[in-house]
Design a binder for this molecule. Structure first.
Ligand code: FAD
Length: 394
């Protein structure tokens, strides 16, 4: 079997792995990157609807979920959205801000992969696809990694194999297995940024509303997100729901403000005063999609001229509209989730170098770690920042 010697071996040619490789290569390290998939950066390619929401200019540690909320601070401070934007601009990639600091390519996410590959090539990094790992051994002089394409011998080993979401794109639990094998704890994983499902009577009540979209404020476990919700044939989706899904687990109380731009009680009193003869469904249809307004009136609210709502009816309606209890049965799972919550526990990993405190020379970067961002470019910013942190020392 051929032996390939290098300073740094990165397993996983995704966002974090490529950033780590180009950073280490720029320091003059001999870097190899291997990936079991047939193509590099598959998630980058499919991200942001094909336009890659590559960062968020407002990134702070508060945009991440982790059992160790301080862990991400050091790397995020040392490689900022501005640093990544500088590279994007240097490569002449046109981009635009969509909402709230979210930056997307004007043309295609392929440009981000091309940029990372060009930077890797310029730094002398070698990348091999279709290269699965058979075994990893650690000796006094570094790591030996046996693969179908040869035996790699390296001083630093970087695990950048991501999380479990979208198995059809090459996701695997490999990084968690390596972590456990070297004595690291792996916190329970679950799908995040994922549509929620409804079942039984809760699904029937929303049946035939598939395709209805409206702004809501979704609230769960002390967190809230104001954005659009989309009713689907299996449940609910849209940015507000994807965001809150990362904070929700089966059985948790999930509430929706269906009129986030109004004080529901105040608005109903106004309607009673000014539009008393109108049916509730009529006035509601002016502030939310008609199909939903009609269904709310059929299933939950008393449908009668607004002036006939007595004080109790009015308060009950206001409460339902501003604090609607949504009973979700589960999530769509890793098949459609954008991220994986949980992962390699960070207390035994250096926050400045991503190096294991148990095994010198072993690094974990990107989504395999227990650091999960909100929707909006934060997950790529974490991949760039953690990859850069490891690449500076590996
Ligand atoms: C549909 C979708 C859209 C998204 N859109 C955005 C967005 O617009 N903005 C944003 O910030 N985030 C987005 N994300 C999240 C973002 O893609 C991830 O958080 C990010 O890619 C994580 O980077 P990573 O390098 O840790 O892992 P990945 O990019 O997943 O890379 C891991 C790599 O490791 C390889 N690998 C896995 N197992 C093995 C193994 N056993 N051996 C060898 N190689 C292996 C994989 O093939 C892959 O190439 C999106 C995710 C999805 C699924």
């Amino acid at each position: 079997m051929t032996t390939i010697r290098c300073d740094v071996l990165v397993i996983g040619a995704g966002a974090a792995g490529l950033m780590c490789a180009l950073t280490a290569g720029q320091r003059g390290r001999i870097v190899q990157v291997i990936d079991h998939a047939n193509k590099v950066g598959k998630k980058i390619l499919m991200s942001g609807g094909g336009r890659c929401n590559f960062t968020n200019t407002g990134t702070t540690a508060a945009n991440f979920i982790s059992a160790n909320p301080h862990f991400c601070k050091s790397a995020l401070a040392r490689y900022t959205p501005g640093d990544f934007i500088e590279m994007v601009e240097r490569h002449g990639i046109a981009y635009h801000e969509k909402e709230l600091g979210q930056l997307f390519c004007d043309i295609s996410s392929k440009q981000i992969v091309r940029m990372l590959l060009d930077e890797c090539a310029a730094a002398g990094v070698q990348i091999r696809t279709d290269c699965g790992v058979q075994d990893i051994e650690r000796g006094a002089d570094g790591f030996r990694v046996r693969t179908a394409q040869g035996l790699f011998h390296c001083a630093s080993l970087v695990i950048a194999t991501g999380g479990l979401s979208i198995p059809s794109m090459g996701a695997s639990g490999f990084g968690y297995e390596v972590a456990r094998r070297f004595g690291h704890e792996v916190l329970p994983t679950r799908a995040g940024l994922v549509p929620l499902t409804l079942s039984g009577k809760h699904q029937e009540r929303f049946a035939e509303l598939s395709g209805v979209a409206l702004p809501v404020e979704a609230r769960c476990n002390g967190q809230s997100f104001r954005n659009f919700m989309l009713l689907t044939h299996r449940g609910i989706s849209g940015p507000a729901i994807l965001q809150i899904s990362s904070y929700w687990q089966p059985g948790d109380d999930l509430r929706l403000d269906l009129l986030p731009d109004h004080d529901a009680e105040h608005w109903l009193r106004e309607m009673k005063r000014d539009r008393g003869a109108s049916e509730l469904r009529t006035v509601l249809s002016e502030v939310m999609p008609r199909r939903l307004a009609v269904r709310l009136c059929e299933q939950w609210l008393k449908d009668k001229p607004v002036r006939q709502l007595d004080e109790r009816d009015l308060l009950a309606a206001a409460n339902l509209l501003s604090d609607f209890p949504l009973v979700a049965s589960g999530t769509e799972g890793y098949r459609t989730a954008e991220v994986t919550l949980g992962g390699v526990e960070t207390r035994k990993v250096s926050s400045s170098t991503m190096e294991s405190q148990l095994v010198p020379g072993l690094h974990f970067i990107g989504e395999v770690l227990d650091v999960t961002g909100w929707l909006g470019g934060y997950n790529f910013q974490w991949a760039w920042a953690s990859g850069h942190a490891a690449g500076q020392v590996a």
